[in-house]
Design a protein around this ligand. Sequence first.
Ligand code: HXC
Length: 544
Amino acid sequence: MEDILEPSQERNPGKLWSPSFIIKLNRMDLSGKNYKDFIDRNEALKKQYSPERAEKQHSKGKLTAHERISLLFDPGTFEEIDAFVTPADTPVEFGKVEKTYGDGVIVGHGKINGRLVFAYAQDFTIMGGSLGYVHSKKIAKIQEMALKMGSPIIGMMDSGGARIQEGVASLSGYASIFQNIIQSSGIIPQISLIMGPAAGGAVYSPALTDFVFMVNQTSYMFVTGPNVVKEVLNEDVTSDQLGGAEVHATKSGVAHLIYDDEENTILALKKFLSYLPSNNVENPPVLQEDATPDINEKLREIVPDDPNKPYDVKEVINLLVDRNSFFEISELFAPNLVIGFARIKGKTVGIVANQPKVLAGVLDIDSSDKGARFIRFCDAFNIPLITLEDVPGFLPGYEQEHKGIIRHGAKMLFAYSEATVPKITVILRKAYGGAFIVMNSKSLGGDFSFAWPTAEIAVMGPDGAVAILYRKELAEAKDPDKLKAELVKKYRDKIANPFIADESGYIDEVIDPAVTRKKIVSALNALSNKWVKVPARKHGNMPL
Ligand code: HXC
């Protein structure tokens, strides 16, 4: 979407990646006869990646698999493996299988900002990047290596899905890839970049990974494509309308981050990785301490006096975290809940914040799903959670109830309660009803709970409470509007404030907004050795 390049970040200078054998050939004296096969094979591989093939990709606005790898890794660090494997024979001849080297996917490892990362990039110019048996074996091999080494794995997809000619062997290949993703889930970060088609079952490997990046206009994901939609539903739809980046970023929530071109997508990914640990037993990298002030009086001015007036919670986030460190995720999907990584004193935190600017910050089905999955990722990877709360409750109405707000809201509850990382909440304004409980309340296992003096903590908002408790009186009143206004004021003054909760210990402290960062820093320090013994069980049964 936006250009994420910052002045300090250089684009990869110089030439794009070329297979490592070319460098070897230049440096070695290979005149001896024993090297003939070696040279021939390398020459053949070199020819395979011809400028014509590259042009096919470029003409579609896409980079080649090699170019993507080159942009992803620190210069000169990528080591390819299995460059010479060839496709498996097919049991029955149906369509042609190109006997190419590499079988349409580049796999290997290298360094990204100095850290070991494994990656694969599908090559659409070879049988549409389709996944044959050997292709799948290559991916599975580096998935297993990444798991053993405790390193993140990045998949760059550009594929027509299961290779039709190879039949069940390619389906089984997908199954092994899925199995590996699931076994590695919560142990190493797994990220998918969709850089072309991801069709059919091919969508499920990205869907199983932790985060999905897409490129606007040139990538799309769908289980059944436009042709099937036409046949079954007699509807005309384009690939982009059905499963383009924007659709998945705004409607389905499948894509967490989208960018306008591949270069920015890859650069964004590199920055994104800097927030994450390499695996679940490491902590995320720590950056140098930041000069963001711990006390900031501007925080006092953000929440409006009128409790029904919206404000932008991102203003609060940006004043609390290290300068320019907030990296928002799923910005366009369920924007009534804001999630993302940031740093406080150089250390990664996960932010979950209700957004009063959108639907008054209400919790609904999509925001519950969005929040729950993010909380679980942070918990798996030792990232403390900071919750900023201003939520009037769950979204009422037919649609939400019928589609299962009960089931989806329960995911947030489960995820917060189950998380054992440090959990800190700041109640900025509304904290009503079930939503108060859900947003990391202390009784649900929250570690520290602070409230601003503007906080309104109660079972429900003033209007609802007055309507229920004073129905008769209002019906009989000469001037019901006047009586209602008086009762609403009384409710706000006496009940919907942070002081009752403070006096009874349901929160830890009512704080001056200006000192919020200072309080969070102290709380994070106090929790730095937090250790929770979880009950012995196979796994809980989270509502899905
Ligand atoms: C073998 C394939 C292929 C496939 C594409 N190709 N998909 N070969 N198996 N699945 C080949 C084409 O024959 C063509 O070969 C080359 O790749 C480029 O494809 P084009 O169609 O010319 O490209 P384009 O017009 O850009 O269209 C791309 C596409 C389309 C939208 C991806 O190819 C397509 O619809 N493919 C099938 C998508 C699909 O339904 N996949 C689901 C498979 S089932 P030539 O020789 O002409 O260059 C599945 C189940 C997995 O994946 C189960 C896991 C749970």
